[in-house]
Design a protein around this ligand. Structure first.
Ligand code: XCC
Ligand code: SF4
Length: 624
């Protein structure tokens, strides 16, 4: 019984608890073990008070006022905390945006006939998106030539060629003007990230307010730039998501089939693996090996990408990645980049699982490297699939202790509008009439500091009970899918108003909007609602939450939500408590700048209260 509790303290999921026990028996070290070994974590770093920006340091500020109050260069707590958080934003924005750039490269190379096996799946969206950049088909143009022209225009979004990132024009006019006046409008994706690195070099920007404001600008270059481009180009290349059924948790792995797990973020790799699995030559290989079929399952956001577009099953979220291998049922795990723990190779070495890395910018210990480029992707994918099938006969005992849970994903903005009957009006009417009180984006990661999935699931449950529609992405979306919140029947968990509206539309009260770059979809939806009501995003009864965030990308997301006017509640405390000035600015002062703030509340029950209060106050201000 005592042992049971130990696992229950780490995760609320049954598959997680049972696999933690197995991992312990198999003497597998997990993320939770390593977390415990790190305790107590460095207090200076937790508060943001240590600086490693230059080699006159490293320096640290004594939060109790007895020791040093300045670094060697003279930087005080405010400057050090601001620089540290800015560098987190820059890294997060860089990760999302570089992912976007990789997609633009594929789009460009398709146009040049150099992207093996890729094609334009959503020609209509290609043309619609191109038109936003004033690229209209001329005589002799086809999808490929438009793709080239669009890719060129998108490349300019990364550069210093323009004074404003073009896609910011998707924001309501009031928001756009606010950004312009506050000096927050991002000029180029790469430019803002580079400028953050510049400003935070020793001896450049030493105004903590101006450092932080530039951090917000950098985050906007992610949300309304890099991430938005990643989402739109993914839709063009692989199809715009429409609702479809899928299955989630480790039970999606199949005992009698070759299991390939794709992990990471960029659909450029996972889509091609999926495609290679469907080829006749793959079928022949499977027959030779006596496997009943081939099963592609996802982990983390590349899983979300495939779930959204193909209903591919997802085996788990971030903290499950080691435990999924411990099932012994994974014949190959294919990784691209981001959120892939460097421990995975060592875990896989205890089983038969073949680990394959694919990106020229992401290597891992204990993995075979089969590098994907647009020019060779199909051949590489075939090679990877062959590796997985060959490995099937090396399997030892497998442990798949749970049945999969059914969920529905695929709620792109286009799909939501379609479900509403072609206009956002029914949603707006439901919000105005009070049947739906508001909407909340529940997003982000897992973190061993918070009981796995507890933050996401508890918060989501409380919100829908109180007639608040939940839009989710990333690992939060996988948590909520596993909890059973994403089938039509899950309206039973919703309050009466939300239940009635979702029931009539045949949609769940928790809408799976995709991966982390797909938070851009939430911005687009929020803009549509704001425009329909002729208000700014900050006037809407909306909120964001990242109950279990861990990554620098999540810092960037939180910042662009707030800078876009969305009140955002974080679970884990960011490293800012070393500066009360910065805590005050982020949790209060930003209201005067962008009309929204952060709050931090690790207890999801209390976070739900905060959000509900916020939503009701926005409703009151709107007079609805
Ligand atoms: Fe990574 Fe996107 Fe976080 Fe999950 S939610 S742990 S960033 S996989 Ni993006
Ligand atoms: Fe120390 Fe200043 Fe160098 Fe930071 S930049 S390490 S505070 S001297």
């Amino acid at each position: 019984m005592m042992n049971q509790n130990k696992y229950q303290q780490k995760t609320i999921t049954t598959d997680g608890q049972l696999l933690l026990k197995k991992a312990e028996q198999d003497q597998i070290e997990t993320v939770w073990d390593r977390y415990e070994e790190q305790l107590p974590q460095c207090g200076y770093c937790e508060m943001g008070l240590s600086c490693r920006v230059c080699m006159m340091g490293p320096c640290r500020i004594d939060p109790f006022g007895q020791g040093p109050q300045k670094g060697v260069c003279g930087a005080d707590a405010d400057i050090i905390v601001a620089r540290n958080i800015d560098r987190m934003i820059a890294a997060g924005a860089a990760a999302h945006s570089d992912h976007g750039r990789d997609l633009v490269e594929v789009l460009f190379k398709i146009g040049k006939g150099k992207a093996q096996g890729y094609e334009i799946k959503d020609s209509e969206k290609l043309r619609r998106f191109a038109a936003e950049y004033a690229i209209y088909p001329e005589d002799g143009d086809n999808d490929l030539s438009i793709a080239s022209k669009l890719a060129r225009a998108l490349m300019d979004e990364f550069s210093t060629c323009q004074s404003e990132i073009f896609l910011t024009k998707r924001a309501p006019d009031k928001r756009l003007n606010l950004w312009r006046e506050a000096g927050l409008i991002p000029r180029g994706i790469d430019r803002e990230i580079v400028e953050t690195m510049h400003r935070t070099h020793m001896g450049v920007d030493n105004g903590w307010q101006s450092i932080l404001l530039h951090g917000l600008r950098t985050s906007l270059s992610d949300g309304w730039g890099g991430s938005m481009i990643a989402t739109e180009v993914s839709d063009i290349l692989f199809g715009t998501p429409q609702p479809q059924t899928n299955a989630v948790n480790v039970g999606v792995l199949k005992p009698d089939q070759v299991n390939i797990v794709v992990h990471g973020h960029n659909p450029v790799v996972s889509e091609m693996i999926l495609h290679a699995c469907s080829l006749p030559e793959t079928k022949q290989l499977l027959d030779e090996k006596g496997a009943k079929g081939i099963n592609v399952a996802g982990v983390c956001c590349t899983g979300n990408e495939l779930l959204m577009r193909h209903g591919v099953p997802v085996a788990g979220n971030h903290l499950m990645s080691e435990l999924i291998i411990a099932t012994g049922a994974v014949d190959a795990m294919i990784v691209d980049y981001q959120c892939i723990m460097p421990s995975l190779g060592a875990v896989a070495a205890c089983y038969h699982t073949k680990m394959i890395s694919t990106s020229d910018k992401a290597r891992f210990p204990g993995m075979v490297h089969i590098e994907f480029h647009p020019e060779n992707a199909l051949n590489q994918a075939k090679e990877v699939v062959k590796n997985a099938i060959d490995n099937f006969s090396n399997r030892g005992d497998i442990y798949l202790p749970v049945e999969p849970v059914t969920s529905v994903g695929g709620f792109s903005v286009e799909a939501i509008i379609k479900a509403l009957g072609g206009t956002p009006d029914p949603l707006i009417d439901a919000i105005k009439g009070g049947k739906i009180r508001g909407a909340v984006g529940v997003v982000g990661c897992n973190n061993p500091k918070i009981k796995h999935d507890h933050g996401h699931v508890t918060l989501t449950k409380r919100l829908i009970e109180n007639d608040i529609l939940v839009l989710d992405t990333g690992c939060a979306a996988i948590a909520n899918a596993k909890a059973g919140f994403k089938v039509a029947e899950s309206i039973q968990y919703a309050g009466p108003g939300l239940k009635e509206v979702c029931g009539a539309l045949g949609i769940p009260p928790v809408l799976h909007m995709g991966s982390c770059v797909d938070n851009a979809r939430i911005l687009v939806l929020a803009s549509a609602l704001a425009n329909a009501l002729q208000v700014d995003i900050s006037d809407l009864p909306l909120a964001g939450a990242a109950p279990e965030w861990y990554s620098e990308k999540a810092v960037s997301i939180g910042c662009y939500f707030v800078a876009s006017g969305v009140y955002t509640v974080l679970g884990p405390m960011p490293p800012i408590t070393g500066s009360m000035n910065i805590v005050k600015l982020l949790t209060d002062g930003l209201n005067d700048v962008v009309g929204a703030t952060f709050a931090v509340e690790p207890d999801p029950e209390k976070a739900a209260d905060l959000i509900q209060k916020h939503i009701e106050s926005k409703r009151q201000a709107l007079g609805i």
